[in-house]
Design a protein. Structure first.
Lengths: 390, 376
């Protein structure tokens, strides 16, 4: 089986799994005052320090959460609520955010009566900073929070987060960045980025699912989503998941330490995948920024094919990948990212995302290249048969 | 795999028969409801989860195919159009004709599959003919009688030889959680079961007259002729009883002038039926032959003399039918107690006539009748 869906989830690194199992055997609530509690607390604080060190953050800026989605929600809603004031109720987002951001922002608009503005992207999927500069000139004083992902989860395009943060800083606006696809895959330095908040998720970088963290500058206030024991800076409540946190720190430290070498390895593999597909399927369209993108991401449209038909055929041939679409009730919707990049609805539904990770080898790429011509041939025969050709 | 017990057991049996099986759930609504309510509807998110869990237990891959646009255009729009024309469509039959054994089968064949297997209760004989299921209460050959021989050749019905209660028992034995899930029997895209309200929503409300078919006397009013079905007795809202005190039934619906005619039950009597162009599931016949005909899903069977010409079928019933709906299918069976009655042909009912009238000459003598359509 060739697994080319590492952006969905990537296998746990052996050292992270070891750290998890080792810590899970130990007893102790990190908030308890006795010896077992202190041992657990020590594990948590060492993890906090390791993550901070790996990502250019102070330990006190690391807030552990139960997922990347929670970190994103906490940043966007929490910062919006804390800064909402007379004349300041505008949330600025982009057209290509993951649902963890996009739906949280939409909820702020629908339910909390926030104003919402979406920054457009160019055809490579890169946020237009000129539009942002204009917006901030005219409405900068109204903005509660600005959110822009570090790297797009579908097409892999890297975003100019530092440039955006610099623009926002001039207006005193805190910037949140969803770096869930970026941490461990490209260099990420929280302090240098100028962002006020940054979300990461364990299972995208070799840590456990159900772990995440929000890096939040000490001077930025966020209203909590969860109320309770106030374990994390009074901003996030919930008994700390000590083994999950230990494993997350192990994974972050490893992924960041090996990032440069690993990205080069993945980029080479990815480039051979891209060249192979272009040669085998000449009418395929390589989406996203060809240069400034995640090293393990290759995203294609296959005109005349349904993405979900291709996925099924490749799945049957032992190759696992993702359609480039979001799923709603199991029904593939045209990707909002591709639509924002100017693709038409048919191309947006004909796309596949191949994502490589630490366990990917040349054999995986070869398996895909062996299976893709027949899959495309059959999918083309089936065509866009599910829909009316109008 | 709808998420019901039948398609789950059908899939399990197809696997056991040695086929390489993939489970497919059809998404027929762009905005599916989260949970099913009672026995209504079949395309909720909960149903797709049930189907997925069944596929897990059976051990087959499972995918959802988005057929919402095709379904809306070919089935739902057709449903509206037929009612707007005073006819009574059978959407399940249309779905089999246009979606399950057409769009789905075409796509499956293109993707490298050989056949579509469903949980329909029908048999396919060694001769390739479509035959009634052994369970007469569940037989669905009627709603499959629109399949061409080519479609039929690529269809598998693993449940035709088994009574429904045994299918449930088998599901239980196989560990399928849907074993006791209630049958769905209403029109799947009308989630609340309110067909009248569904039609009114789209076709609008417009006041019209209810008149006595014999005297022409105006007896009352209604707010849209599509609210009625032929043979309907209740809900007419007539203030005065008939002169003879007997119940009155809807005899005909004329959408053009939005008029509903009512009269006594005898006036619903039908002895001759004419269809549009037939579909032949068996080798085509010409001329006249004796057969049995069925006029609605799970409806009564009538011995008949059937005459086939190129344009349609004419059935002369040996015993009268009451309340026959234009838009429903006339399905012609060759009786066979041993292997199950074989479907010869079907055609959409266009015209019906009483005992002493020619079957198609005088339009005013025709009754365009409706019945409840039944899912399948």
């Amino acid at each position: 089986m060739a697994y080319l869906d590492h952006a969905a989830t990537t296998p746990m690194l052996p050292q992270a799994l070891d750290a998890y199992v080792r810590t899970a055997r130990a007893l102790g609530n990190a908030s308890s005052l006795h010896g077992s509690g202190r041992t657990a607390r020590r594990t948590v604080e060492e993890a906090r320090e390791r993550i901070g060190e790996a990502l250019g953050a102070k330990p006190g800026e690391v807030i552990f959460t139960g997922s990347g989605t929670e970190a994103d929600n906490l940043a966007v809603k929490g910062v919006h609520w804390s800064r909402r004031a007379e004349g300041r109720n505008l949330v600025v987002t982009t057209a290509i955010e993951h649902h963890a951001i996009a739906d949280a922002v939409a909820w702020l608009g629908d339910h909390e009566k926030a104003d919402v503005t979406e920054l457009p992207v160019d055809k490579l999927g890169r946020v237009d900073t000129a539009v942002l500069a204009d917006l901030l000139e005219s409405r900068g004083a109204e903005v509660t929070v600005l959110t822009c992902m570090w790297a797009n989860n579908e097409v892999g395009t890297l975003q100019p987060v530092a440039e955006i943060a610099a623009l926002a800083q001039a207006h005193g606006i805190p910037v949140h960045t969803d770096a869930i696809q970026a941490v461990g895959h490209v260099p990420v330095d929280f302090a240098a980025s100028g962002a006020a908040a940054l979300a990461l998720s364990g299972h995208k970088l070799g840590g456990p699912t159900g772990t995440g963290a929000l890096l939040l500058r000490r001077d930025v206030k966020a209203v909590p989503l969860l109320h309770g024991g106030g374990q994390e800076r009074e901003i996030r409540s919930g008994t700390l998941d000590v083994p999950g946190i230990a494993a997350l720190a192990e994974a972050v430290a490893h992924a960041v330490r090996t990032q440069e070498v690993e990205s080069q390895r993945l980029a080479l593999l990815r480039d051979s995948l891209v060249e192979g597909i272009r040669a085998l399927v000449p009418d395929s369209i390589y989406n996203g920024d060809p240069d400034s993108r995640l090293p393990g991401n290759a995203h294609f449209s296959f005109p005349g094919c349904e993405g979900d038909a291709l996925l099924m055929l490749l799945d049957a041939a032992g190759v696992e990948c993702a359609t480039g679409s979001a799923c709603s009730a199991g029904i593939a919707q045209p990707s909002h990212v591709l639509l924002a990049m100017g693709a038409d609805a048919d191309d947006a539904r004909s796309s596949l995302r191949f994502t490589l990770g630490w366990s990917t080898t040349k054999a995986d790429v070869d398996a895909l290249l062996a299976a893709i011509p027949e899959a495309v041939r059959r999918a083309k025969t089936a065509g866009l048969s599910l829909r009316l050709i109008t | 795999m709808s998420g019901g017990v039948d398609s789950a057991v059908a899939a399990a049996r197809a696997v056991e028969a040695g086929h390489d099986v993939t489970g497919v759930h059809l998404a027929l609504s762009k905005n599916p409801q989260t949970y099913r309510t009672g026995a209504r509807g079949c395309c909720t998110i909960e149903d797709s989860r049930d189907a997925r869990r069944a596929a897990d237990v059976i051990g087959i891959p499972f995918y959802i195919w988005d057929m919402a646009e095709r379904f809306h255009e070919d089935v739902v729009e057709d449903f509206y159009a037929e009612y707007a024309n005073g006819r009574t469509p059978n959407p399940c039959l249309r779905c089999n004709e246009k979606i399950k054994f057409a769009a789905v089968l075409d796509r499956a064949m293109a993707l490298g599959f050989d056949a579509v297997a469903t949980g329909h209760y029908a048999r396919k004989g060694d001769d390739g003919l479509l035959r009634r299921a052994v369970d007469p209460g569940k037989d669905q050959s009627y709603v499959l009688a629109v399949l061409t021989p080519a479609q039929l050749a690529h269809s598998i019905f693993p449940l035709g030889d088994t009574p429904k209660d045994q299918v449930r028992t088998e599901a239980e034995t196989r560990g399928l959680a849907v074993a006791q899930k209630p049958d769905s029997h209403d029109i799947c895209f009308i989630a609340d079961g309110d067909t009248s309200g569904f039609l009114k929503n789209r076709l609008g409300a417009k006041e019209g007259e209810i008149v006595d078919a014999a005297s022409g006397e105006v007896l009352g009013s209604h707010d849209g002729s599509h609210q009625f079905t032929i043979g309907q007795r209740h809900g007419l809202g007539l203030k005065r009883p008939a002169a003879d005190g007997r119940p009155r039934y809807v005899l005909s619906i004329t959408p053009v002038d939005n008029r509903v005619q009512v009269g006594p039950r005898e006036a619903l009597r039908v002895d001759r039926i004419r269809t549009g162009r037939p579909v032949w599931l068996a080798p085509e016949r010409t001329g006249s032959f004796d057969a049995e005909v069925q006029l609605r899903a799970h409806g009564e069977v009538y011995p008949a003399r059937v005459t086939a010409d190129g344009d349609g079928l004419t059935a002369r019933l040996r015993k009268p039918a009451f309340g026959v709906a234009a838009g429903q299918a006339l399905v012609v069976y060759d009786p066979d107690a041993g292997d199950g009655d074989a479907v010869l042909a079907s055609g959409t009912i266009e015209e019906t006539g009483g005992a002493d009238e020619p079957a198609s000459a005088d339009e005013s003598a025709l009754s365009l009748s409706g019945t409840e359509s039944t899912r399948g």
